[in-house]
Design a protein around this ligand. Structure first.
Ligand code: ARG
Length: 428
């Protein structure tokens, strides 16, 4: 039985009251709680939420309700930390203007999609996302509007325009003929130009730097196996970003580009599709996180033709999907730190959690998959002990599901309760 005390209504966010709602105190209980930090399942958990953070944690038997505190019992549900997706593109639509049709689409239109996608993502249980690349700086306005409670969405760490080479995956402007000289905001040549692009992104307020060290599936004329940027250029990007306190994510499918990125010292390698033994060893030694988007291949190969995705991209997807999943299995077995990154935007926002069951199918335990999307992702963000956890002091980013996810990870595909920073966005 789910029971709502009277004052709970004030915690439920309606439109613009997001920040106001988080100043309340709440005693939250449920049937069980999965704690990725201690790798334990706690029966009859109780959490005291105060000012948007977990103030105290225990069980209904040992944590008393302070006088006058609102209570919320989630009944038979299972609590987990809010999920973290390390690879999203909130201003991209999976279903509209794919392929050639996307040329000439104004960035304002994409930003409006971003507003819708941010809400969907949050209500799907993802309380934090890393947005690793957008055409321009509009994404920063989206992040700030969410933070100021004007729009519903997850906490966002945003990269802004990716930094990369002319004609590379990160410029992603290869569809137009030469007379347009179309080029991405972050396109540069040589270490100093790369540094300048990093500085410009930091000037405008990005949270991390995204670069590309190989070609990609969806960029015209790029090859998955071919390296992009020299190690010298990648090293310049990383040193500039790290000196300023920002982390770096590098898109890389082919083994050479993956290794170049690791050598340069990037924090996360995105996709990491063609991992050879040396790349796995290097990632392990350097402590590089791999963010491997092993669900979206099903969507692209199933829906791509209907959506108008160019044959070149479909061809590349056919070449990479299965191999990436095999790489995932080997990386997990080798003990590499693999985090949850989905590339939502390639497939519909809000379906992010579909990847969790695949992570189990391809070699993780359910607890490992949950850690990849909570505690380990938080560690990769440099937010360990703050996000992706349920201890006292952690942000009150909490979700709940009806079924037991440790038996079946698809339980996370229907999240019934979402709290972010102590404010409730979805109730059963
Ligand atoms: N953004 C990536 C690219 O264009 C998507 C790759 C998706 N495919 C995959 N098997 N992970 O390269």
């Amino acid at each position: 039985m789910t029971f709502f005390s009277r004052s709970i209504a004030s915690l439920i966010v309606a439109g613009l009251s997001a920040t106001a709602a988080s100043a309340e105190t709440l005693y939250l209980t449920a049937a069980r709680m999965i704690d990725p930090g201690s790798e334990r399942v706690i029966e009859n958990p109780a959490l005291l939420i105060e000012d948007g953070v977990v103030a105290a944690r225990g069980t209904t038997a040992n944590l008393t309700v302070p006088a006058g505190t609102a209570t919320l019992d989630l009944g038979e549900m299972t609590i987990a930390p809010g999920l973290i997706d390390m690879h999203t593109h909130l201003t991209s639509s999976a279903t509209k203007y794919r392929g050639w049709a996307g040329v000439g689409l104004p960035s304002e239109r994409r930003l409006l999609w971003g507003v819708v996608h941010a809400g969907r993502t949050l209500r799907a249980g993802f309380t934090t996302v890393r947005n690793v690349g957008s055409e321009d700086y509009g994404i920063l306005a989206l992040r700030d509007a969410v933070n100021e409670g004007e729009i519903e969405g997850p906490r966002m760490f945003v990269a802004g325009p990716p930094v990369g080479i002319i004609g590379g995956h990160c410029s992603d402007n290869n569809l137009l003929p030469p007379e347009y000289e179309a080029t991405g905001e972050g396109v540069a040549t040589g270490p100093w130009e790369m540094r300048a692009k990093v500085r410009r992104n930091i000037k405008y307020g990005v949270d991390l730097i995204k670069t590309c060290s190989t070609g990609g599936v969806f960029s015209k004329g790029t090859s998955l196996g071919a390296a992009q940027s020299t190690v010298e250029e990648l090293t310049a990007i990383v040193s500039e970003a790290h000196d300023r306190g920002l982390k770096v994510a590098s898109h890389a499918h082919g083994a050479v580009g993956i290794k170049n990125a690791i050598l340069a010292g990037v924090d996360t390698v995105e996709h990491a599709s063609f991992l050879d033994d040396e790349a796995i060893r290097m990632a392990k030694r350097a402590g590089t996180y791999l963010s491997m988007d092993i669900y979206n291949t099903e969507y692209t190969l199933g829906e791509g033709e209907r959506l108008g995705i160019r044959e070149e991209a479909l061809e590349k997807e056919r070449a990479v999907g299965t191999i990436q999943r095999e790489s995932f299995t080997r990386a997990v077995r080798a003990g590499v730190k693999v985090v949850f990154g989905s590339d939502a935007g390639i497939y519909p926002h809000g379906d992010n959690a579909k990847q969790l069951s695949r992570m189990v199918r391809f070699g993780m335990t359910p607890m490992q998959a949950l850690q990849a999307a909570t505690s380990l992702a938080a560690e990769a963000l440099g937010k360990e002990g703050e996000l992706g956890c349920l201890d006292a002091g952690c942000a009150a980013d909490i979700i709940a599901v009806a079924d037991d996810p440790l038996q079946d990870m698809t339980a996370f595909e229907t999240v019934g309760f979402v709290m972010k920073g102590g404010a409730i966005y979805k109730t059963p």
